[in-house]
Design a protein around this ligand. Structure first.
Ligand code: ATP
Ligand code: MG
Length: 343
């Protein structure tokens, strides 16, 4: 059977798919520096999968070998907010994983306006995924957390992907580690202690910092340090500078201040002060619960119709309320002073 074939010659009990296990049509989803992502369909399972294929000549030496070595650990991770990895396809030097039909959060943030409840829900779900990885023993470090590695399923719920691909290794030295990261255009997500001469191997606070930047991107729907060179970013971040908090819209719910405070703790200059995900996840849980309650939001941002496509039916109720509330608010002369009123 195909399943036997899959198991045949696999590292550990990890599946090794053959190219022939997929239907002939491969749809290219993305092309990046290190390879391509395809949508493929498994003949037996009748299910769409994503095949992330690494271009071995562009990848760092032995990169794919390392992915293979780690793959069985990665495949063990099975959680609602983590993209499932089904196996490898050695013939295509690739990883076979769950297909996420709505692409990456990076793309979504650029193309649609999100409502506050959805933003808070996404932050919370991402922190659930990260908390899961960090609560493994030993913690599974992501080290490549960014909005392009937060993917969206059919219903716009988020899952974390591409964890455990970047590694710090004994003898690798910080230069190669840094190169690996910055070559991917990840500079904004790298904590300042990594830029110092002799950094310690990264630990969980590395990911917590990246998560702080992710929160900022979700709240603002902008890219951090837009227009700055990599060198500028490294210098400024080393000196304690962070993305601008003021640009988070004036019209924001009260709860946003608490989310901003979580974000700022996560990107603290001192990695020892950054809160573990086990703390953060409880806070984001409470905040996203509050915003879920229809009518709970004292102040709404609302936008064009594009928004509606991103709202579940439940959210739609509060969207309509926000529109009504906005009408009421604009009847008053001093609109701003009324923004935090319950109507
Ligand atoms: P990195 O290699 O550091 O993770 P990246 O995330 O920018 O960098 P890829 O992981 O190759 O690059 O992903 C590129 C794009 O492919 C993503 O932004 C996303 O739109 C799409 N993609 C990746 N994985 C999947 C998946 N499992 N399902 C659907 N689309 C995916
Ligand atoms: Mg990725």
């Amino acid at each position: 059977s195909v399943l036997m074939d899959c198991l045949d010659g696999s590292p550990g009990q990890f599946r090794n798919f053959k190219k022939d296990d997929f239907e002939a049509e491969w749809i290219k989803v993305a092309e990046c520096r290190f390879g391509q992502v395809y949508q493929v369909k498994l003949k037996v399972w009748r299910e769409k999968c994503a095949l992330k294929s690494f271009n071995t000549t562009l990848c760092a030496k032995n990169f794919y070998r390392k992915v293979m070595d780690e793959a069985s650990d990665i495949a063990k991770v099975n959680f609602k907010y983590i993209v499932s990895v089904y196996g490898l396809c050695s013939e295509a030097t690739g990883v076979v994983m769950e297909y996420m039909s709505n692409g990456s959060l990076n793309n979504l943030l650029a193309s649609h306006t999100l409502m506050w409840p959805k933003k808070f829900q996404m932050i919370h779900e991402a922190s659930m995924g990260m908390n899961f990885l960090h609560s493994m023993k030993p913690p599974l470090l992501h080290l490549n957390l960014k909005t392009s590695n937060i993917l969206l399923d059919d219903h716009l719920h988020v899952k974390i992907s591409d964890f455990g691909v970047i590694h710090w290794e004994e003898g690798m030295g910080e230069n190669l580690f840094m190169e690996n990261l910055t070559a991917r255009g990840n500079t904004s997500y790298i904590p300042p202690e990594t830029f110092t001469q002799c950094p310690d191997p990264p630990g969980t606070p590395f990911d917590v910092y990246s998560f702080g930047i992710v929160i900022w991107e979700i709240l603002t729907q902008q890219k951090p340090y837009a227009g700055c060179s990599m060198t500028t970013v490294i210098l400024q971040v080393s000196q304690g500078k962070r993305p601008c908090v003021q640009i988070i819209a004036d019209r924001k719910p009260h709860e946003c201040d608490q989310m901003i405070s979580i974000m700022q703790q996560c990107w603290d200059q001192d990695h020892r002060k950054r809160p573990p995900f086990s703390d953060t996840v409880r806070k984001t849980e409470a905040l996203s619960e509050v915003l879920k309650i229809p009518g709970s939001i004292k102040c709404h941002q609302y936008d064009n119709d594009g928004v509606l496509a991103l709202l579940s039916k439940k959210d739609f109720g509060s969207f309509r309320q926000s529109v009504r509330r906005e009408h009421i608010q604009t009847q008053y002369p001093d609109e701003k002073s009324l923004l935090h009123f319950t109507v």
